[in-house]
Design a protein around this ligand. Structure first.
Ligand code: FES
Length: 149
């Protein structure tokens, strides 16, 4: 079956295609500028989480929690204590993963390694993982940025 009348002329179709492509190009160029001028939400001073969500963690395991726009990591240590880190690499901000069998944090972006205490031990990371202050207050886990009372 042949359609007698098209909704668009060939010229209109090509103009629309070109306009869409130019619009997408403009958005892809302006988006980084927008993110630079209006950065994403800054890090919180404090995050409060229900301790019941982390109480049953096994030693040498890590759980994630939201730390502003970044991932946070809570690690349960062998002695039953907890340590909290900002879960991004100190090289170029890629997310890090905990490998319990090796007892190391790993950054897959450029093969960065940290020991179980977050100390950089291999690859390009220049500094240890950022630690957060963690305390158990009643039924809550309270995680604060270092330097926040
Ligand atoms: S961002 Fe992690 S090693 Fe480069």
């Amino acid at each position: 079956m042949r359609i007698k009348h098209s909704l668009f002329t060939r010229r209109q179709f090509l103009n629309g295609l070109l306009g869409g492509w130019l619009g997408a190009l403009a958005v892809s160029l302006l988006y980084p500028v927008f993110k630079f001028v209006f950065p994403p939400t800054r890090e919180p001073d404090q995050v409060t989480l229900p301790f019941s969500d982390f109480k049953d963690m096994k030693p040498n395991t890590v759980e994630n929690f939201p730390w502003g726009s970044k991932p946070g990591l809570i690690k349960k240590n062998d002695d039953g204590s907890y340590t909290a880190f900002v879960g991004v690499c100190t090289h170029l901000d890629c997310n890090v993963t905990y490998l319990p069998e090796q007892r190391k944090f790993f950054c897959a972006c450029h093969d960065g390694w940290y020991d179980q205490d977050g100390i950089h031990i291999g690859g390009p990371p220049p500094r240890p993982l950022r630690r957060l202050n963690l305390s158990i207050e009643g039924e809550d886990l309270v995680i604060k940025r270092e330097g926040v009372e």
